[in-house]
Design a protein around this ligand. Structure first.
Ligand code: EPZ
Length: 416
């Protein structure tokens, strides 16, 4: 396993290029299963999760021509099984469930199992499919789904689930009649998937709002789609400017997608210059403590909670950070405390008392965003930080060391 070595206390200055959005690319790759032919996907990010998704599609019969665009050939897709050894490495594999039952009326997908940040059940995905007439059985750790036909229906999500909304949109787009998804997720990645399905011939209204209406069509055509910039990668690098008191310009980006994060970083003392497709974040010597609650979009994203917590460890004053989406997303806290942070946890709330400095230390990544948090802390800390198990990072950040070195970081990857 690799580890990353960082020599901290260096303000970062310069421009960071932002790659395609992981959480848009994953459902869109699954959506290629909805139509035979040759799909062309531009700006697909080079990430471990994308490689896993392609392995799964290959297992189902798809083939690829590498490059930008990535060509996905789906004429010979005939498999209907997503095996445990793939799903356990990436729970987003569950996104093939909707497209497989929509196109083939049959699917056998491993239950994702547990995850570091929470139980993350898929009951809302399965309940929604049943509302469309899909027969769901759980056998030997697998979801066995089958249907004579899919009929549109009214589906209400108890929780605005992101991939649940994606899965049901992809199932309903080929169902007979109208489907209404109520309390749907409003994330930009859901809007991007809807835009992609519409380009394939789907009929979808309301994506980005809590009520999405889908009129089923009989078949879809291949897509030619460009993946939008990754809003969490973008927000992570802006936070790097804040924590190191530097100035980083990120581009391309869609500023509206990270409005909640910019608002909170401004409260913490950062300044921003914003244009149509770039943002410059300027750190301030004094970081102010702020209170944050994670919420579904357009609220503050849970995927930025660990990263902003790292910055608040250096604030003047106290910050109260409440994680309302996942039940176990504070695993970065114990590692940050090993770097000298003063954090106490009460239930789903972390109380961060800012300190003047963090000290470099050997730390261990536990999940994707926790590892980003430890890198940010290492960039600001005095001395050297070694982050182990960086395969977590590689799931969601393309060329992280290269992008950070280009703005002045002393960062290297070594074999453990
Ligand atoms: C997506 O996960 C993202 N992953 C996550 O990003 C992100 O943290 C999460 O949305 C929240 O924004 C992808 O898009 C591939 P949810 P998802 O279903 O869809 C509960 C990252 O770092 N729930 O919106 O799995 C669930 O337990 C990853 O890139 C049910 O109870 O999240 C959670 O508490 C991490 N039953 C809440 O809803 C269900 O059937 C929100 O989960 C589904 C979800």
């Amino acid at each position: 396993m690799d580890k990353i070595i960082i020599e901290g206390s260096r303000p970062l200055n310069g421009t960071v290029p932002i790659s395609g959005a992981k959480n848009a690319a994953l459902p869109i790759l699954a959506a290629t299963l909805l139509a035979g032919g040759v799909h062309r996907l531009h700006n697909i990010p080079l990430l471990r999760d994308i490689r896993t998704a392609k392995t799964l599609l290959y297992h189902l019969g798809a083939t690829f021509e590498e490059g930008d665009p990535l060509s996905v050939h789906t004429d010979n897709v005939d498999g209907q099984e997503a095996p445990y050894d793939l799903v356990k490495t990436m729970r987003a594999s569950v996104l093939v469930l909707g497209p497989l039952v929509a196109r083939f009326k049959k699917a056998r997908v491993s239950l994702p199992g547990g995850c570091a940040i929470g139980a993350r059940p898929i009951n809302l995905h399965l309940g929604g499919l049943e509302r469309l007439g899909v027969n769901i059985e759980l056998k030997h750790g697998y979801v066995e789904a089958s249907a004579k036909r899919l009929s549109g229906n009214h589906i209400y999500f108890d929780i605005p689930t992101v991939t649940g909304t994606a899965n049901l949109m992809m199932a309903a787009v080929l169902a007979e009649g109208q489907t209404i998804l109520e309390n749907a997720a409003r994330e930009p990645e859901v809007v991007e998937l809807a835009r992609c399905l519409i380009s394939m011939g789907g009929s979808i209204q309301g994506a980005g709002t809590s009520v999405i209406t889908i009129e089923g069509v009989s078949e879809l055509r291949p897509m030619d789609h460009t993946i939008m910039p990754d809003r969490i990668e973008a927000a992570t690098y802006l936070t790097a400017a804040g924590i190191t008191r530097g100035s980083i310009t990120i581009t391309p980006c869609i500023p509206d997608h990270i409005e909640a994060v910019i608002h909170k970083l401004e409260q913490a003392g950062m300044e921003f210059q914003i244009s149509d497709d770039s943002i410059t974040g300027i750190g301030n010597e004094v970081i102010r403590g702020i209170d944050i609650k994670t919420n579904p979009y357009p609220g503050f994203p849970t995927d930025m909670q660990a990263q902003i917590m790292a910055m608040m460890c250096l604030a003047q004053g106290q910050s109260i950070i409440t994680e309302k989406i996942f039940e176990n997303r504070f695993m970065h806290v114990s590692e940050l405390k090993r770097m000298g942070a003063d954090i106490s946890i009460e239930g789903n709330t972390a109380i961060v008392r800012g300190r003047p400095k963090l000290q470099g230390a050997p730390v261990m990544a536990t999940d994707l965003r926790a590892s980003a948090s430890l890198v940010l802390a290492g960039l600001a800390a005095e001395g050297v930080t070694e982050v182990s198990r960086v395969y977590h990072l590689d799931r969601g950040y393309t060329l992280l060391e290269e992008k950070l070195s280009a703005v002045g970081a002393r960062i290297d990857r070594v074999k453990e």
